[in-house]
Structures are given as structure tokens and as C-alpha cells.
Design a protein around this ligand. Structure first.
Ligand code: TNX
Length: 542
């Protein structure tokens, strides 16, 4: 049972009964410890879901389970608070139990026996994560037969604390309803971080009350590139394109995510990838403009002017509105792909460099980021930036998101800075995942499912102490060539499932053949969710 004896360490594989077919359970990500029992728990109209009366969060989680069971089994189960006496058999218990220290804030224990189901954790978040495991025990289709949960014991906790997915809503815009669906997908994969890329050259997507032109001008472009970006003359569709989220909508999404124990990390790009903002407020550039919101993809020379005090006032004002909308403590400030051409030509930037004793424009970017960091820190939050923020010197408290391979992240960890790994080689879900002739238009690069599954976020060359700075990893979905919701899903699935296991399951327990087997059931789940997925990632039984 779940009494004291269960720990994470030391259970030899042979402790499992020989008859157990672990993969028949098809849990993704694979739990740390899973022991199949015999028999099953029948969900009947008499089943009750008991929750701790002192905890509102548990009640909410219980309601989610009740809805799931209604969908799967057609039964309407009440969520009731446990009376002081021991409730009878045939019940599902969601409970907080202390001490479960070895399981941390995200771990949980699940025991399914023919007579009862017990899901216990130290924190409600753990109960929520355990609920995702229960969901995977349910059939994906309604049937007339009673729903039975297979008897098992699970003791589980994540390998990494940052298990994320990113979504670029600038290059193409996705409405609130889809963003919520995306958050659901993360939750079902036991992920906990949603990196929302809200601003870029092709569109500013978050309402800022003090600067209304950011969305009225910066939220819209005159058209979108047709086909691939090449050196040939470009063709555009000339259809006005855009959209943005009001602050009310942002709050709604953040609350939705919070209810699912997912932290939303907003990204406000600076100093580069800022053309949409400059189209709205050209005085924030080095040249004065004018600019148009970009219809082309790529890297543009016009960036926020580092020699101009107004730039800092503006960005601090923007962050002052953004930060309270996001309860998480991290703000992403971009930092990638900022050409130094304009700063080099700009007298004010050169004067700033002289006054601040900066040797080159990289140090000017470092100065820029450090000023922003100081401001963000003064509001009780910290920053993360793409690995270019290492150039010219890392801001004292900044975390680094390593995208140009693992090197930036490795360097940052050696400097005792937190790191999130998202290397182009293993985590860029804008790349094609199958045979080219079967794939839709996508960014250059090839990232099949097997390669995602082989991803190792912690560099071996780091010492054990340095490895502690690797918070985890995430995949990025840049949407230059992803105009529709269906295509976001296509690029995400099945790769998100492989990444989820990389981030959750201990490395030594990862098994590609076993994963492939469990994926057969995962495809049925995608279908039950109504999600589009790629079949070309590997040959799938149809
Ligand atoms: C580089 S990754 C970018 C993005 C593009 C992406 C395309 C990063 C920090 N910057 O602006 O969308 O390549 O793969």
C-alpha cells in the first residue's frame, strides 16, 4: 500500500511480477516507479471522489476528475469531503499527506486497488500531476462497458523543474481559445511552463495601455510572405493580418494556466526583433524611421536605440504593465539576434559607450540588459534571455535560454547562472519531422521524433554542482511557416510527448522501443482530444 514503505530508491526491476506488461499501461511520460498489481478498480455510479475538506484546490482537482470520468464512463460522480470516519470501499481519495518530502512539490503516489484508489501528494500540484496519470488509465473512447482502472502502484516525480513549451504568436497570431488548448496539452504531458513569445518584428500582441499604438499599429501588418523566404523577389498575399490580446484576455489565460499548475513566462523582445514596436513609436529607434510592421521573416537592423533614454522609459513602462499580469517570477526579455549596425552608426549610442566606458556594442547590449534587469529585480522578479545575453557579460542574476546549441547554457552554468536548454538541434519544433516530401513547408532543419527522444539536457562536461543550474528544457514553436492551429498541433505532436518523457523520466529509464509501443495509445489520445498530429514522424499503424 501507500504506507511508509514506498520510496523512490532501490526497488529492483525484478520486484515487478513477471506477468506485468508495463507498456500495456502506456503512461507518458513513463513514471519513475510503476508496479502493476492484479485486478482492477471498477468505476460505478456509486463511486465517490473524496477530497480533504480543508483544501479548496483538491476539490477543484476532484471536479476535473469527475468530469473526466463522466466523459469516459458516463457516470456522474460526486466530489465529497471525507467525513471523520473512514469512508467505505469503492472510493477514490485525493489527499495531501505529510511528509512526502522525497517527492518534492510535484511528486505524487497513486495506488489503484480493486477496492479503492488513493492519489496522495505533499502539495496540490502533485495531486494534479497524478491526476494526469489517472487520465491515461481511462479508455479514450466511451463504451457501454464499465470503466476499470488497472490495479497498480505508482511513485513518481519529475527529473527537471522547468518542463516547457514555447509558442510564437507574433509571426502568426493564435486566439485565446487555442492558447488555452495548448496549455491543456502541456498539462496532459505533465509540463509546467508556457513561454509566450508575445512580441517580434511581425507583430506586437499584448495590450499596453500607456502605449496604445503598440497594438493599433504594431499589431497589424500589410500582408504575409507567400512560400519560403529566399533570395528571389518576394511575394506577399497583401492581406492585412494581425491581432492582439487585451490585458483582460491575458489574465484569463494566465488564470487558466494557473489552474493547471502551469507558469506562463511572457517574452517582451529587446533590443532586437522590435520592428513592430518601432513602427508604432519610431522615436525609439536610432534613425527615427519611419518603419512598417515586417511582412518578411529574418533579422532586421533597426532595433531599440541604446543611446536614447526614452527607450528605457518606454521599456520600463511596458514591463510595469506586463509584470503584474504574470504571477510567475520570471520575465523573458529576448536578447537574441540584435544586429549592432545601427548602434555603431548612432552618435547617441557612441556617446553612451564612451560615458559608460564600454569597449564595443556587445558591452552596450550587456549594459542595456543589466539596466532592464535591475528594474525587473527591483519589482521582485528576475529575467531570462536568449544565449546572446552572454556576449559582453551576463547580467548578475539573469538566467540563460540556450538555443544556439548547448554551449551558451554550458557557459552560463559554469558562471553559476540558471539555464534552460532549448537547442536548435533537439528542441526546434518548427523543423520538419519526417521525410521531406511528406512534410508541409517548414523552417530549415530536420528533427525526427527519435532525435527529440534522445535529447539529453544536462551536459556531461559540467560538474555535479554546475549541473544543478540546468533547470530543464523546452521546445520552441516559431510560427513563420505555421499559419494555422492545426499546423501548430502537427508540429507539436508527437514530438511534445517525447520531450515530456525526456524532462520527466530519469535518463536511465528511457527506452525508445518501449516509448514507441506506448505511443500507439498516445495517438489514440491525440485523436480523442481532436488534435492534429504528424504520422510521418515514424511509421504509425493506421
Ligand atoms: C531564430 S531562436 C530566432 C527566431 C526565429 C527562429 C527560426 C531565436 C531566439 N530567434 O526569431 O523564429 O530562428 O527557427
Amino acid at each position: 500500500g501507500l504506507g511508509g514503505g514506498i520510496g523512490l530508491a532501490g526497488a529492483p526491476a525484478s520486484a515487478q511480477p513477471a506477468s506485468v506488461n508495463r507498456s500495456a499501461l502506456s503512461i507518458i511520460p513513463q513514471p519513475v516507479r510503476l508496479t502493476a498489481g492484479s485486478g482492477s478498480f471498477a468505476v460505478t455510479p456509486a463511486t465517490k471522489i473524496y477530497v480533504d475538506p480543508k483544501n479548496e484546490e483538491l476539490r477543484r482537482i476532484g471536479e476535473v476528475l469527475s468530469q473526466d470520468l463522466q466523459r469516459a464512463a458516463g457516470v456522474q460522480l460526486p466530489v465529497v469531503t471525507a467525513p471523520s470516519g473512514r469512508p467505505g470501499p469503492g472510493s477514490i481519495f485525493l489527499m495531501l499527506r505529510q511528509p512526502l518530502d522525497s517527492l518534492g512539490t510535484e511528486g505524487y503516489m497513486l495506488s489503484v486497488q480493486p477496492t479503492q484508489v488513493v492519489l496522495a501528494a505533499g502539495k496540490p500540484q502533485g495531486v494534479f500531476l497524478g491526476l494526469q496519470t489517472i487520465r491515461q488509465l481511462l479508455p479514450t473512447q466511451r463504451s457501454a462497458m464499465a470503466v476499470r482502472l488497472p490495479a497498480l502502484e505508482v511513485v513518481d516525480k519529475p527529473r527537471y523543474q522547468w518542463r516547457g513549451m514555447h509558442l510564437d504568436v507574433s509571426r502568426h497570431f493564435f486566439p485565446v481559445e487555442f492558447v488555452k488548448r495548448y496549455i491543456d496539452y502541456l498539462a496532459r504531458h505533465k509540463m509546467n511552463t508556457f513561454h509566450w513569445h508575445l512580441t517580434d518584428d511581425q507583430g506586437w500582441r499584448i495590450e499596453i495601455k500607456k502605449y496604445p499604438r503598440l497594438t493599433s499599429v504594431g499589431g497589424w501588418r500589410d500582408g504575409t510572405l507567400i512560400g519560403h523566404y529566399t533570395d528571389q523577389p518576394h511575394q506577399f498575399d497583401n492581406i492585412r493580418y494581425g491581432g492582439f490580446y487585451t490585458q483582460e484576455q491575458i489574465k484569463e489565460v494566465v488564470q487558466y494556466a494557473q489552474d493547471r499548475y502551469i507558469t506562463v513566462v511572457p517574452e517582451i523582445e529587446m533590443p532586437g526583433h522590435a520592428v513592430a514596436a518601432l513602427a508604432a513609436y519610431p522615436e525609439l529607434s536610432c534613425t527615427g524611421g519611419p518603419f512598417k510592421v515586417e511582412r518578411l521573416w529574418g533579422v532586421f537592423d533597426d532595433i531599440f536605440c541604446a543611446g536614447n533614454e526614452q527607450t528605457f522609459t518606454f521599456l520600463q513602462d511596458v514591463l510595469t504593465e506586463v509584470m503584474p499580469l504574470f504571477p510567475g517570477n520570471i520575465v523573458h526579455i529576448g536578447g537574441d539576434e540584435a544586429p549592432k549596425t545601427r548602434w555603431h552608426e548612432c552618435p547617441k549610442c557612441q556617446a553612451r559607450m564612451k560615458a559608460e566606458n564600454l569597449r564595443d556594442e556587445h558591452e552596450l547590449q550587456s549594459y542595456f540588459v543589466q539596466r532592464i534587469e535591475k528594474f525587473v529585480n527591483s519589482r521582485g522578479k528576475s529575467i531570462i534571455g536568449w544565449d546572446e545575453i552572454l556576449e559582453g557579460g551576463l547580467a548578475p542574476n539573469a538566467a540563460v535560454m540556450s538555443w544556439r546549441g548547448m554551449e551558451g547554457g554550458t557557459m552560463a552554468a559554469r558562471q553559476q547562472h540558471n539555464v534552460v536548454m532549448t537547442p536548435g538541434s533537439h528542441a526546434y519544433f518548427d523543423h520538419a519531422q519526417g521525410e521531406a516530401s511528406l512534410e508541409p513547408l517548414s523552417f530549415g532543419g530536420y528533427l525526427p521524433l527519435s532525435k527529440v527522444y534522445s535529447f539529453e539536457p544536462t551536459p556531461k562536461e559540467l560538474t555535479a554542482a554546475e549541473q544543478q543550474y540546468i533547470l530543464g528544457a523546452q521546445a520552441n514553436i516559431w510560427t513563420e511557416y505555421i499559419p494555422t492551429e492545426q499546423q501548430v498541433e502537427y508540429m507539436a505532436f508527437p514530438r511534445m510527448s517525447a520531450l515530456a518523457e525526456v524532462l520527466w523520466t530519469p535518463a536511465r529509464q528511457r527506452s525508445w522501443p518501449d516509448f514507441q509501443q506506448r505511443m500507439q495509445q498516445q495517438y489514440r489520445r491525440y485523436e480523442a482530444w481532436g488534435a492534429t498530429y504528424s504520422r510521418s514522424a515514424f511509421n504509425v499503424r493506421q
